[in-house]
Write a protein that binds this ligand. Structure first.
Ligand SMILES: [Zn+2]
Ligand SMILES: [Zn+2]
Length: 331
């Protein structure tokens, strides 16, 4: 019989389709990606083509060139210029679309996918995320900063050159607001962080753990919404991404790269998104919220039932998928 599972963090119910569950290796990409050159003369993110994008807001230099380059998104979702103005007219509420939308070019090499970065390149990337997160959070017009990556067409990108993005918005989204409220509710009722509680339980059970490092734990949630969606959670309680110290940032680089490499090898370089889910900086230090990274391989499509009900059907078993990735060697 299928099993409905409840995610105590997101408060989502999911149907785990136990009877028609696929084996982990059945999710592996069957069509190989096309081979890509180290440098593509037409790519706006390749070195030498900097004039094709707005001037850099941040850069990590390397041998007279750059190692990581951040530029405003040429097709920005929000405008860097202007004032935040809120209006209410009858049932219409609006806010001027101000904010920050940046592209973080992760490497000068066109074909160096994030999973294949070196540890030190991955560290530079995390340091860049922290720098840009802080800079965006300091803008008084900004309420929420989201750092994310789209890899592959199913994940929403057509530009192959490895890059991440940052969008800072003048409002807090409903999803984050709901999570902050429900985490606060849990804290009020039980005097504990719900995320710490879940992490503790996962560490005791071990069966959904993929990888543990000194400062982080990666696991597949018990009520996973889609196959192989996984979390990377700091062991130390921290509400906000920029509360990380240097040792933790370096360790995040290591575990993120290893997790991406496990997916790359185990599932044949799948399309995926990842996103840093953090409290806004104004909530720094709060005891009830706990930041983490979600990695979401895009192996299935959202269909009518998911769109209409908000409930997902997961055609795989979180425990089997975790064991599959745990055993995938990355050394
Ligand atoms: Zn390129
Ligand atoms: Zn916590």
């Amino acid at each position: 019989m299928p099993e409905l599972r409840y995610n105590v963090i997101t408060r989502d119910w999911v149907i785990i389709a136990t009877e028609r569950a696929k084996r982990p290796d059945q999710f592996k990409r069957t069509v190989p990606r096309k081979a890509m050159p180290v440098h593509d003369p037409k790519c706006p993110f390749c070195p030498g083509n900097e004039k094709m994008t707005p001037s850099a807001t941040y850069m990590v230099p390397m041998d007279g060139a750059w190692r990581v380059r951040v530029t405003p998104n040429k097709f920005a979702a929000v405008s860097r210029e202007g004032e935040r103005k809120r209006t209410v007219q009858g049932i219409k509420r609006t806010i001027t679309g101000v904010g920050i939308h940046e592209v973080i070019v992760e490497t000068p090499e066109h074909n160096r996918t994030t999973a294949l970065l070196s540890d030190s390149d991955a560290e530079t990337l995390i340091e860049t995320y922290l720098n840009r997160f802080k800079a965006a959070s300091d803008d008084p017009r900004v309420e929420q900063v989201t750092i994310f990556k789209n890899h592959g067409e199913a994940a929403g990108t057509s530009l192959e050159h490895p890059h991440s993005q940052l969008i800072a918005t003048p409002v807090i989204t409903t999803q984050l607001r709901d999570r902050l409220f429900s985490a606060l509710d849990h804290f009020d009722e039980y005097g504990e962080c719900i995320f710490c509680r879940v992490l503790d339980q996962e560490l005791k059970e071990q069966i959904r753990i993929i990888l543990e490092t000194e400062h982080f734990v990666s696991y597949i949630p018990f009520a996973d919404l889609t196959p192989f969606s996984l979390l990377i959670m700091p062991r130390r309680h921290m509400a906000c991404f920029n509360e990380m110290n240097d040792a933790e940032a370096a360790d995040l680089a290591r575990i993120l790269r290893r997790i991406l490499l496990k997916l790359y090898r185990g599932l044949g370089d799948p399309d995926y998104n990842y996103v840093v889910r953090t409290a806004p900086t104004e909530n720094m230090g709060v005891k009830y919220y706990h930041w983490y990274v979600s990695v979401i391989p895009r192996l299935t499509r959202m269909a009518g039932f998911e769109m209409g009900s908000g409930m997902f059907i997961n055609v795989s078993l979180p425990e089997e998928n975790a064991s599959f990735l745990r055993e995938m060697s990355v050394e």
